[in-house]
Design a protein around this ligand. Structure first.
Ligand code: FAD
Length: 420
């Protein structure tokens, strides 16, 4: 039965949902106040990586010991703003316990795996349909270490990756030099995960997906969703700043802004923004072959059509606070540690900064499934650090739910009710 489905948000998740719903023959309306895939969305500025290997949540055993350091160092890879701490505490408590044992870490890894599996191929299919297939590549991603001992110190997380099907090549110093001569010689060991890929320009990709959805019959409404009209537990309409849109179903895909909408649909979810930053250096003068994640940097380096993008940082400071651009400078300062051939005196006009909001739950798993207050509303938010990768499969699972098809994946770990 075809239905009118309103998709709230035009980031990667909303875009993939819209396309899969159109495939099923539904009438689709997309609500988005900004430009689809625009700078307001996390989908614009992320690290560009499509890594099926990203099954490790931010919460890992022993992370609670690091919290005082997160509070002390405002420029560290993970920082908590003091002024935001009182609001953050309920989320933080859940966060430090979510992955506090190896068993919990493994369980989260198992739950993330089906959302990430085959991501480069799934995105490639969507991108080709939208006429931008060349944006998706699968060249592998390098995880660079100062030496093998540094890699072995992370044996728990690599074990969880292996349990979830990740295969890798271990590169010694010589092999690493041959494969990636631009990389600093301070990295003497690396792991190459060949199945990992990249979306070279995520903002352009999402904009193309939405254009394709509109060309295939979807309507794009430039407004903001504010709530729902629900009668007898059935959805009647989505409320927006410009009035009501009658709807049979709605999909909440508003990224970090989904909390109030989820509450209006009956689920109180501890959703936070893990604010992240990127820097793009145009014409960096190097041509790295692989995206790189240096173990000592907690950031991702990847070439994009606009230049070398360095994405990373986690700042827990809420949706409202002004960006702290010193954090972007931290990313920039690290560049020459990874690529020493990049000039030290880059002119400011060749450097662009961005800050955006990862939609993050404490356990690193999204909310994906019917809302508690009304089964016609489907949650599709909270993908944290892996939303670009998981977006394609999320779209398919949302379409399965709305069509009443048996989902190919057990959705239990993603139920919003797990936080009740
Ligand atoms: C620095 C950084 C690096 C990252 N690196 C990676 C990576 O390498 N790989 C990866 O897989 N993921 C990565 N991520 C995470 C990834 O970018 C996000 O998980 C993903 O983009 C979330 O997509 P989304 O569609 O849920 O949200 P968004 O992309 O944020 O889109 C939500 C949209 O909803 C709209 N919206 C908000 N409120 C409303 C409303 N009330 N009504 C209608 N619309 C609304 C917004 O305007 C926005 O356009 C990174 C994130 C950051 C910040």
């Amino acid at each position: 039965m075809t239905r009118h489905v309103v998709v709230i948000g035009a980031g990667i998740v909303g875009a993939a949902c819209a396309l899969e719903l159109l495939r099923d023959g539904h009438r689709v309306t997309i609500i988005e106040p900004g430009d689809p895939g625009g700078e307001q969305s996390a989908s614009y500025g992320n690290g560009t990586l499509l890594n099926p290997s990203s099954v490790i949540p931010m919460s890992t055993p022993g992370i609670w010991k690091k919290v005082p350091g997160y509070l002390r160092d405002p420029l560290g890879p993970l920082a908590i703003r003091w002024t935001y701490l009182p609001k953050l505490l309920p989320w933080l408590r859940r966060f430090v316990t979510a992955g506090s044992t190896p068993e919990k870490l493994s369980a989260i890894g198992r739950a993330l795996q089906p959302l990430l599996a085959d991501a480069p191929a799934r995105h490639r299919t969507l991108a080709e349909e939208a006429g931008v297939g060349d944006l998706i590549t699968r060249q592998g991603v390098l995880f660079a270490y100062p030496d093998r001992a540094a890699f072995e110190a992370e044996s728990l997380t690599w074990r969880v990756r292996r349990e979830n099907g990740t295969k890798w090549l271990e590169l010694d110093e010589d092999e690493l030099r041959q494969r990636e001569p631009t990389l600093s010689r301070n990295y003497k060991f690396a792991v190459l995960v060949e199945e990992n890929g990249q979306c070279r320009d995520p903002g352009t990709y999402v904009a193309a997906l939405i254009r394709h959805a509109v060309a295939s019959g979807a309507t794009l409404r430039r407004t903001r969703a504010t709530g729902f009209r629900i009668a007898n537990r059935h959805l009647r309409g989505v409320m927006t700043e410009d009035g009501e849109i009658a709807a049979d179903n709605a999909v909440i895909a508003a990224g970090a802004y989904s909390k109030q909408l989820a509450a209006a649909a009956g689920d109180r979810v501890p959703l936070e923004t893990e604010r992240g930053y990127h820097v793009v250096i145009s014409e960096p003068g190097i041509e790295p072959r692989y995206p790189v994640m240096p173990s000592d940097g907690k950031m991702a380096f990847a070439m994009t059509p606009a230049g070398l993008r360095i994405g990373g940082q986690v700042e827990l400071a809420g949706l409202e606070a002004e960006p702290n651009w010193k954090r972007a400078d931290v990313l920039l300062a690290f560049v020459r540690k990874v690529y020493p051939d990049i000039p030290a005196d880059l002119p400011p006009e060749r450097i662009k900064h961005w800050m955006g909001h990862r939609p993050s739950t404490p356990d690193g798993l999204p909310c994906l499934g019917p809302a508690s207050g009304c089964g016609d509303i489907v949650h599709a938010f909270g993908h944290g650090h892996v939303g670009l990768t998981a977006g394609a499969t999320t779209g398919k699972l949302v379409a399965d739910l709305i069509a009443g098809r048996a989902a190919s994946v057990d959705l239990t770990p993603y139920a919003a009710r797990r936080f009740a």
